[in-house]
Every structure is written in structure tokens, then in C-alpha cells.
Design a protein. Sequence first.
Length: 101
Amino acid sequence: MGKVTGAGENWLSDGLDVAGTDSGLWVPGVDYVAGWRDAREAADRLNRALLGAGFELSEVRAVASTNEDGRGVVRVAGWPDTVERLAGFLEALAGGDGGAA
């Protein structure tokens, strides 16, 4: 599957702070790349789904990262109004029951 590149070359730096508070912490000997690759694949899939559902990646997107142990992490970053719209979309898919699985 292709990588999601967004609506422009600078879509990752268009105002949404996606770095997180711990983005600068690196521990020698931890393989962060493998975890990040896994997270990137999952983030790309979610971003394709967001695009398919009519969302703009400049307003909400999944971002690949790793935790301190090198495990992949996917974070959703977005403007509050767009995240509210995403939550409503997901609630409607879940049958409007407020998140009960």
C-alpha cells in the first residue's frame, strides 16, 4: 500500500503539534525504527480511512511515534472541532450507543 502524503508537502507541519512532550527522549540500544515502522503502517492505514471518510489531514491525522521502549505508538492529532466531528462519525458507526462495544 502507498504512503499517505496528505494535502501538500508540508502537511505534517501545518499547525498541528504532533511531536508530543517526550519526542526528544532516546535510550541507547533501543530499536526505535522497527516500532516506528509498525506505527507508520498503522497510521498510514488510518489516514487513508480518514481521507476516505471525508476528513482533511490538515485538520486531523494519525501520527506514528514510539514510546521509550521502542514500541510503536499511533497518536491522533487534530483540531478540537474536527475531532468532535470524528467522534460523532465513530459513534454513528457504533450505533450511537456512546461507545459500548
